[in-house]
Design a binder for this molecule. Structure first.
Ligand code: ARG
Length: 585
């Protein structure tokens, strides 16, 4: 029997074919396939109604024609029941046999992978995420760009894209004048050895305070910056050391989050690539001099007609815009990128809108290939008081401290649940559960919304949380582990699903591709979390209602199949959300 991986997409394609055969206007008709209310079926196509209305025809009659054409051409896979409801909705129901075959066929992560999101397969995407400024600790605000970015990388990769993970460090700003000054006057080598980022932050604060009260110090800091920009070997050596130690510290956190970059091409990497930007943008007449600066206006845009994109400052120095333009070019020329994604919070919307408008005109005028571009944004993490999350003293919470606290809290919970496990094992579990909980709390929210950070909620074993999902995996794994070999029955022996809970769970499993597609096309990982949460719920209902290890081998086979596929899909989904599963909890 013919089984489709992604039923929704295939239905859409078949309906389009049937409509074309009937001579319908394809520019107007859209099948509009959606997941349906389970009482009526699995999918529903609602597109006939608006089409009929536009053409002043009877929708029900049109729906009948369309369905007849589907049937005649045998375009529909066997095992999908079609019916027409109300004024002309088309309902599709997957029969229990179809569901069984779906589960038999899609039997490994690799298999799910091969069939997912073809649009990305074989294409190269550069994803720029994390990208903090160096010589500073990361704080909680950096969490979202790291994990939303990593999850997007995994989603694209899963769909066959070649993903290049690039950490675009802020390693070349005017702050380095102050840092160099601090390094030369206030450095405490022991503190540096202990915790470099902590020490750099202290140096920056001390130097900044000195510069504010002492004009001579400010002058010296400025001179340090000029020296650095002119390539003075001493200044460059310190700057390099600061960056190298910064990256080392950042990597400790990335490691804990299971994030591994291919490149760390920070702003400084582009500093010898900005002349091309000035020259070309001037030559094509896109950039102009304005009050000594080089700027780009976009006359067609309501705001950017008057608000300039400054690409060279009055003092002749490059800035964030210049390096980002050079970065766009590099990514297309060097990495051959088909697409570029940059993940930052929404305060940078204007910058990226101007960047993209400028890049488009620049590339078009110079005959370059234009990549796809997406600025992926996210909202703020709020404290329980509804304001941006802070420590008691009002400082930003350090990311490292947040992760440590998560692990400590998880350790207490794990210890309470499993007092007999050796401590080492409890620590190992706590690291995964704690970090997984923080990561999941973030990715289970629509990324563009703000959300309230609550320890109690994110570490709970009930509700849409990492502990709940991790525990579901552990439970299924343990059922399978305890299964005596002679009781194991292969899927070939399974009979078609019968109970309501079996059918509901099988259906949910077959809906994985639709959730994946939604997450990938919108670059919103929360569609995966929502799906996993519902899947775990469907499994729970099934497990409470139906015994798995029963005497009838055909029933046992189909129930074991449900257990195995649920575990596989849960683990696959958690991996896409950068969460590492456990075998014990
Ligand atoms: N360093 C910047 C910041 O901390 C983010 C960089 C994002 N990437 C880029 N190509 N501009 O806000």
């Amino acid at each position: 029997m013919d089984v489709w991986f992604d039923v929704a997409r295939n239905l859409e394609a078949r309906l389009n074919e049937a409509a074309a055969d009937l001579g319908w206007d394809r520019d107007v008709f859209e099948p509009a396939v959606r997941t349906a209310d389970p009482r009526f079926g699995d999918f529903q196509a609602n597109g006939v109604l608006p089409y009929a209305k536009r053409n002043k025809q009877n929708p029900r009659a049109l729906a009948e024609q369309l369905v007849e054409n589907l049937g005649e051409k045998k375009a529909l896979a066997a095992g999908i029941d079609v019916s027409i409801a109300g004024p002309g909705f088309i309902n599709f129901k997957l029969t229990p046999t179809y569901l069984l075959n779906w589960l038999r066929q899609f039997d490994s992560e690799a298999h799910l992978q091969r069939d997912a999101g073809k649009r990305f397969a074989g294409r190269t995407w550069v994803v720029d995420y994390g990208s903090p400024n160096t010589a500073k600790q990361m704080h909680v605000g950096h969490l979202r760009t790291i994990i939303v970015g990593e999850s997007i990388c995994r989603l694209l990769e899963f769909c066959g894209a070649k993903v290049i993970r690039d950490n675009h460090l802020g390693d070349w700003g005017t702050q380095f004048g102050i840092i160099l000054y601090g390094y030369k006057h206030f450095l405490d080598p022991e503190a540096l050895a202990r915790d470099p980022l902590e020490e750099f932050e202290r140096l920056y604060k001390a130097a900044n305070a000195r510069c504010k009260e002492d004009p001579a110090a400010l002058e010296e800091a400025r001179a340090e910056l000029v020296r650095l920009q002119q390539g003075d070997p001493d200044a460059v050596a310190i700057w390099e050391k600061v960056n190298q130690l910064s990256v080392q510290s950042l990597k400790e956190i990335y490691e804990r989050l299971d994030v591994h970059y291919d490149h760390y091409l920070g702003e400084s990497f582009y500093r010898d690539k900005v002349d091309t930007v000035y020259r070309e943008l001037t030559e094509i007449g896109l950039a102009e001099e304005s009050e000594g600066a080089l700027v780009v206006f976009h006359p067609e845009h309501p705001r950017f007609a008057t608000q300039p994109f400054i690409i060279r400052k009055r003092d002749g120095a490059s800035n964030y815009a210049t390096t980002d333009l050079a970065t766009m070019l590099y990514r297309v020329e060097h990495f051959d990128a088909d697409g570029i994604i940059i993940v930052t919070d929404s305060r940078q919307n204007d910058h990226f809108e101007q960047l993209w408008l400028t890049t488009r005109k620049w590339f078009e005028a110079t005959g370059r290939r234009l990549p796809e571009f997406q600025h992926v944004t996210f909202g703020t993490i709020l404290g329980e008081d509804g304001k941006a999350i802070k420590t008691r003293s009002g400082d930003p919470i350090r990311l490292k401290a947040l992760l440590d606290e998560a692990v400590e809290r998880a350790f207490a919970i794990v210890t309470e649940k499993n007092p007999d496990l050796p401590e080492e094992k409890r620590r190992e579990i706590a690291e995964r559960v704690g970090i997984g909980a923080v990561v999941y709390a973030d990715l289970s929210q629509n990324r563009t919304s703000d959300y309230i950070f609550s320890w109690q909620k994110l570490l709970s074993f009930e509700g849409n949380t990492a502990p709940y999902l991790l525990y579901a995996c552990v439970r299924i794994a343990s059922i399978l582990r305890k299964l005596p070999a002679e009781q194991d029955t292969p899927p070939e022996n399974a009979s078609a699903f019968e109970t309501a809970e079996e059918i509901a769970l099988a259906r949910k499993l077959a809906a994985f591709p639709a959730a994946l597609d939604q997450a990938v096309t919108t670059l919103r990982p929360h569609f995966i979390s929502l799906y996993l949460y519902e899947l775990a719920g469907a499994f729970s209902s099934f497990y409470n209602a139906d015994r798995v290890i029963v005497d009838d081998p055909a029933v046992r086979a189909r129930r074991l199949l449900l257990c195995r596929r649920t575990l596989m899909v849960l683990q696959t989904g958690l991996h896409l959300l950068t969460i590492r599963p456990l075998d014990q909890m």
